[in-house]
Design a binder for this molecule. Structure first.
Ligand code: IPD
Ligand code: CA
Ligand code: CA
Length: 265
C-alpha cells in the first residue's frame, strides 16, 4: 500500500476505536451545540486528536484542516479530517457513521480513507491506484440512467435558505429514480457510490471534511465528482454530485433547473 495511505488508514482505525469505546454509552457524553442541529461531543474531539497526533508524528511539516480544531500549519500537503461523520446518527445509536481522512496537495485530492468502525469496512483510494474496500477493488455502478437507480442524498437541514431549491431537486430525482436514501453520513454515502451500492449522490452545503476522502474514492472507482453545475468547484462550494460518467451527466441536467430557481416539473 502507498505509505501515506497506510498511515492515514492506521489513524482512521485508531479513531474508529475511540468511537466504538463510547458508542454503547452515548447518553453519558456531554453534547455541545456548535450551531442549530450541529453537535459536537468529547468523542469527536478525542477521535480528532488521535488522528492529528498520528499524522503529525509522521508528517510534521504537513498542514491539517480538521472539523473540530480548524486549520493548522502551512504546507502544500493538507490533511482534511472529519473524525466522526454522522454525529447525529452516532448519538442516537443509528448505525451509520464513519471516520473520513483525505489528503490534498496543490489543489489536487491525492488520497482518501473512509472507515466504518461498526462494520469494520475500510474504504481506501490513492490517485492513480484505484479504490478498495478492505482488500477488494471497487468500481462505481454502471447504471446509465435514473431508471431503476438508487440515489443517496443529504438534506440541507442547517441552512434553511437552501430548502426550496433542494426540495425541487428532490422532487425531480424522486419522480425518476427507484429509490432515494438519506442515511446521515456524507462520507459513507460517497464510499457507497464508489462501491456501487448507490448509483449516485448529491448534496448541497457540505464542508470539505465531509467530502474530500469520498471524492477520491469515487474518482478512483471510475466515477465523476463535480459541483452542481458540472464544474470542479465541489471542495470549496460544498455542492456535490457524483455517479458514473453517464448518470453523472443525467443528474447534473436534472438538478440544474432547481439550482437556477426554476420550479421542478
Ligand atoms: C454531516 C453528515 C450529514 C450531512 C451533513 C454533514 P457531521 O456531518 O455528513 O450526512 O448531511 O451536511 O454536516 O456533522 O455528522 O460530521
Ligand atoms: Ca461531517
Ligand atoms: Ca463530524
Amino acid at each position: 500500500m502507498n505509505p501515506m495511505l497506510n498511515i492515514a488508514t492506521r489513524a482512521a482505525r485508531q479513531a474508529g476505536r475511540v468511537l466504538m469505546r463510547y458508542y454503547e454509552r452515548t447518553e453519558q457524553l456531554t453534547i455541545h451545540d456548535k450551531g442549530r442541529h450541529d453537535f459536537v461531543t468529547e468523542v469527536d474531539r478525542a477521535a480528532e486528536l488521535t488522528i492529528v497526533k498520528e499524522l503529525r508524528s509522521k508528517f510534521p511539516q504537513h498542514a491539517i484542516l480538521a472539523e473540530e480544531s480548524g486549520r493548522q500549519g502551512d504546507s502544500e500537503f493538507v490533511w482534511i479530517i472529519d473524525p466522526l461523520d454522522g454525529t447525529t446518527n452516532y448519538l442516537h445509536g443509528f448505525p451509520q457513521f464513519a471516520v473520513s481522512i483525505g489528503l490534498e496537495c496543490r489543489g489536487k485530492l491525492e488520497l482518501g480513507v473512509v472507515y466504518d468502525p461498526l462494520s469494520e469496512e475500510l474504504f481506501t483510494a490513492a490517485r492513480g491506484q484505484g479504490a478498495h474496500l478492505n482488500d477488494r477493488r471497487i468500481r462505481v455502478a454502471k447504471r446509465p440512467s435514473l431508471d431503476g437507480a438508487l440515489i443517496g442524498t443529504g438534506f440541507p437541514f442547517r441552512e434553511h435558505r437552501h430548502t426550496d431549491r433542494y426540495l425541487g431537486m428532490l422532487k425531480t430525482v424522486m419522480q425518476e429514480a427507484a429509490g432515494i436514501r438519506r442515511a446521515g453520513s456524507a462520507a459513507l454515502d460517497l464510499a457507497y457510490v464508489a462501491a456501487g451500492r448507490l448509483d449516485g449522490f448529491w448534496e448541497i452545503g457540505l464542508a470539505p471534511w465531509d467530502l474530500a476522502a469520498g471524492a477520491v474514492l469515487i474518482t478512483e472507482a471510475g466515477g465523476l465528482v463535480s459541483d452542481l453545475t458540472g464544474g470542479r468547484d465541489y471542495l470549496d462550494s460544498g455542492n456535490l454530485v457524483a455517479a458514473n460518467p453517464r448518470l453523472h451527466q443525467v443528474l447534473v441536467d436534472r438538478l440544474r433547473p432547481s439550482l437556477e430557481g426554476k420550479p421542478a416539473g
